[in-house]
Design a protein around this ligand. Structure first.
Ligand SMILES: Nc1ncnc2c1ncn2[C@@H]1O[C@H](COP(=O)(O)OP(=O)(O)OP(=O)(O)O)[C@@H](O)[C@H]1O
Ligand SMILES: [Mg+2]
Length: 220
């Protein structure tokens, strides 16, 4: 609900004395969400994890909301129908918004297969605060990686509603960042994201320079 809307439950938005700007000033960087989307096995968790690690060691305040983890807690009541997937994404988008308000660079790693759901998520944020990162990887490659053995099960008909096999994946038409994990390493993907963030002054330029120095220490 918009804070200016009249509402049936007589709710009033409570302004807080400490705001997002104050947190940015203290942290020395802005906050925003990097919304990773792509097929299972495309590399959302892999790339998001590495990126978080790289940012964290540089003192950037970060948090990674990862699909399975959130589904094992907050969203444990939700399944994989289109309606439940929408609610999954709505809750994650709202939680990520709280993290962004708290001044944290927030990464979300969810398949988020429906365009309309991702659009809904984006609509909660100011323009600069929502960055859609599409992990574009052919399904054959994802299925051959099959890190969780899910494609094997889905192909055997053991998982209902599995994205790419028995449920659709609607690829983004205008993602802010597109990564091709079938032909770029996780580290190259991280570099591409950092370059985007620094070019838009979302992170200080030193982030990139520091990272160049850290390359050797970073796991692949
Ligand atoms: N270039 C690459 N970039 C990212 N991951 C890669 C790459 N090459 C191989 N992989 C492997 O592919 C797998 C990707 O799995 P990951 O769990 O990150 O996918 P995911 O998109 O998070 O899937 P899910 O939606 O099921 O959580 C990992 O085992 C990773 O090591
Ligand atoms: Mg994952």
């Amino acid at each position: 609900m918009n804070r200016n809307q009249v509402n049936p439950h007589n709710l009033t938005w409570q302004n807080t004395s400490v705001g997002k700007r104050d947190r940015h000033n203290r942290n020395g960087h802005e906050s925003f969400v990097l919304w990773f989307t792509g097929l299972s096995g495309a590399g959302k968790s892999t790339v998001a994890n590495l990126l978080e690690q790289v940012l964290f060691v540089q003192g950037i305040h970060t948090y990674l909301l990862d699909g399975d983890n959130v589904r094992m807690g907050l969203n444990s009541d939700l399944g994989f129908s289109a309606v439940e997937r929408r609610e999954n994404i709505r809750r994650v988008a709202e939680v990520a918004k709280l993290f962004v308000d708290a001044g944290v660079v927030t990464l979300t790693a969810f398949i988020s297969p429906y365009r309309s759901d991702r659009r809904m998520a984006r609509s909660l944020y100011a323009d600069r605060e929502f960055i859609e990162v599409y992990i574009d990887c052919p399904i054959e490659v994802c299925a051959s990686r099959d890190p969780k053995g899910l494609y094997r099960k889905a192909q055997a008909g053991q998982i209902k509603d599995f994205t790419g096999v028995a449920a659709p994946y609607e690829a983004p038409e205008q993602a802010d960042i597109v990564l091709h994990t079938d032909r770029q390493t996780p580290w190259e993907s991280v570099q591409q994201i950092l370059q985007y963030l620094v070019a838009r002054e979302l992170l200080p330029a030193e982030t990139l320079l520091e990272n160049s120095r850290e390359t050797k220490e970073c796991p692949r």
